[in-house]
Design a protein around this ligand. Structure first.
Ligand code: NAI
Length: 255
């Protein structure tokens, strides 16, 4: 727990839903939030072994944790899981829409199915989760929504027209919902990571990885914890007057 003036960077007594937290950035966010005292309900999709490891690591921190195998691209499944989480945890304070996939190809060779899959998980998944928690946050007159976008959604990237479209869409959704929910004391912000070391980037071809690293002014990949630190700030009372913002965490990659 750290302190700035009399406002603390802490999440004691809060409940956070984090999608895609069996590994990578979502897992780092879950661990950070748990360190700050939050109870965690996290989602993954068909990643049971890693989800069990993450659950054990979170439980060791002495907070309440439950994991749910749920495809965020499925509207009804998202609704069901949010209802279950509210029944289990009571009030939910924070939603982090982090689940995401890539299916990279130049437009010339991109299959329709690859476009649809990336839009459905990244963009529609963010809609599904946000739509289904919306009334809960409205009624409670407080809430935090943190969407994980990407600098690719700001600058575009050859070979990622599907992913860039989804992430740009998330930024538009973030700003729109921030305008809708501001008067209800609900903030909605996005984080735009650059190149972060996770399974997603480990799977990139060596050449593409080298090119990405060379384009970063800070000359190194980011860590999942760099994103988790920003998410913790946005979820905390320190950020209570920030909404509709997109924060790049990219070592200067998109300057
Ligand atoms: P990852 O591939 O390591 O983890 C993805 C997580 O999402 C896993 O927990 C997986 O189970 C979950 N997931 C995938 N499809 C799902 C679905 N249909 N329903 C529910 N959960 C699902 O990915 P990583 O790198 O941790 O990325 C997390 C987020 O950060 C993604 O939205 C990604 O687009 C974004 N991002 C990552 C960057 C990077 O450099 N790693 C850069 C910019 C953004």
């Amino acid at each position: 727990m750290s302190c700035q003036g009399n406002i603390m960077l802490e999440l004691t007594g809060k409940t956070a839903i984090i999608t895609g937290a069996s590994r990578g950035i979502g897992k780092a966010i879950a661990l950070k939030f748990a360190d700050l005292g939050a109870n965690i309900a996290f989602l993954h999709f068909n990643d049971g072994e890693k989800a069990a490891e993450t659950t054990a690591e979170l439980e060791a921190k002495g907070i309440k944790v439950k994991c749910y195998d749920c495809n965020v691209a499925d509207f009804e499944a998202s609704k069901k899981v949010i209802d279950e989480i509210i029944a289990e945890f009571g009030e939910v304070h924070i939603l982090v829409n982090n689940a995401g996939i890539v299916r990279d190809a130049l437009m010339l060779s991109m299959k329709e199915a690859d476009f649809d899959a990336v839009i459905n998980v990244n963009l529609k998944g963010t809609f599904n989760m946000t739509k289904n928690i919306y009334q809960h946050f409205m009624k409670k007159r407080r809430g935090r929504i943190i969407n994980i976008a990407s600098i690719v959604g700001i600058n575009g990237n050859a070979g990622q027209s599907n992913y860039a479209s989804a992430k740009a869409g998330i930024i538009g959704m973030t700003k729109s919902v921030a305008k809708e929910l501001g008067s209800r004391n609900v903030t909605v912000n996005a984080i735009a990571p650059g190149f972060i070391r996770t399974d997603m980037t480990d799977a990139m071809p060596e050449k593409a990885r080298e090119a990405a690293l060379a384009s970063i002014p800070m000359k190194r990949a980011g860590e999942a914890e760099d994103i988790a630190n920003t998410a913790a700030f946005l979820a905390s009372d320190l950020a209570s007057y920030i909404t509709g913002e997109v924060i790049k965490v990219d070592g200067g990659m998109a300057i």
